[in-house]
Design a protein around this ligand. Structure first.
Ligand SMILES: NC(=O)c1ccc[n+]([C@@H]2O[C@H](COP(=O)([O-])OP(=O)(O)OC[C@H]3O[C@@H](n4cnc5c(N)ncnc54)[C@H](OP(=O)(O)O)[C@@H]3O)[C@@H](O)[C@H]2O)c1
Length: 247
């Protein structure tokens, strides 16, 4: 793994993104953190700075909006020190496609697929020039599953899996030392299910305790796999990083 520089993390205001921020700061990375809830980013930055001597920049942005994605892409392109990108921002919807507001589904495509694709392209230019870097696309186990319910969630996560695997192959072909990982968590204890929609339609107590992981567990497994190169250069889904405790 290259010397820590700056890690750019989307969806850093809670859950898995906040955990990436804490763990990458611990490894010495300066941080550029983005989300819509600036107050949450500020309190995260404060706690990180109490422990680690790193620079932290906060950028408020809504990844469902093309203008905001363009602004972030420009920012990333101008920062040659961004050597780590985590496309983590995401959300779920509950119910069959025809019952979900189409605006929400289209926003999901923007946040999960459009933004992750644009930001990856923005970061890759300098990473290829520097011949080093790492990109983690936070996908989901849902990306492997074809079943009724949350169609756009499953489809966009499947996109991230295939996109990441093909991109990893491209980096290998051009001999670039850039690690690409699709991180595919299962049930993770975050704010993900704390929406009115999920509160009414999903009872988390019905999911066996054993099936849940903490965000820190998921991120710990992801970074360990990234450092060992596992699940980063293979093009088969089997090789992607599905966090399991016994790894
Ligand atoms: N929790 C799970 O069981 C689970 C399982 C598999 C995969 N995942 C994936 O893990 C990733 C992180 O989710 P989490 O579990 O950590 O949930 P979370 O605690 O709800 O965090 C989601 C993050 O995404 C950001 N976000 C959502 N919509 C956004 C938008 N339009 N623009 C900018 N940022 C946006 C949120 O920030 P703001 O609200 O401040 O904008 C927040 O920081 C997601 O991609 C999710 O699909 C989660």
């Amino acid at each position: 793994m290259e010397h820590p520089k700056t890690a750019f993390i989307t969806g850093a205001s809670s859950g898995i993104g906040a955990s990436f921020a804490r763990k990458l700061a611990e490894k010495g990375y300066d941080l550029a953190l983005t989300a819509r809830r600036h107050d949450k980013l500020e309190s995260l930055a404060k706690t990180i700075k109490e422990k680690h001597n790193v620079k932290i920049e906060l950028i408020k942005a809504d990844l469902s909006l093309a203008d905001d994605v363009e602004r972030l892409s420009k920012y990333i392109k101008e920062r040659a020190d961004i050597s780590f990108l985590v496309n983590n921002a995401g959300f779920g919807t509950a119910g069959f496609f025809n019952t979900v507001d189409i605006g929400k589904s289209l926003s999901m495509i923007n946040v999960h697929a459009y933004a992750a694709t644009a930001l990856t392209h923005a970061a890759l230019g300098n990473m290829i020039k520097n011949n080093s870097g790492a990109i983690i696309n936070v996908s989901s186990m849902a990306g492997f599953i074809i079943s009724p319910g949350s169609s756009v969630y499953h489809a966009t996560k499947s996109y991230l899996n295939v996109f990441s695997a093909c991109l990893a192959g491209e980096m290998q072909k051009i001999g670039a030392d850039i690690k690409i990982q699709a991180l595919c968590p299962g049930m993770t204890e975050t704010e993900f299910f704390d929406t009115d929609e999920y509160r009414n339609k999903f009872d988390r107590t019905k999911v066996p305790r054993l099936m849940w992981m903490t965000a820190d567990e998921v991120v710990g497994i992801s970074l360990k796999a990234l450092e060992s190169g596992k699940g980063c250069r293979d093009t088969g889904h089997r090789e992607q990083n599905i966090p399991r405790r016994n790894k």
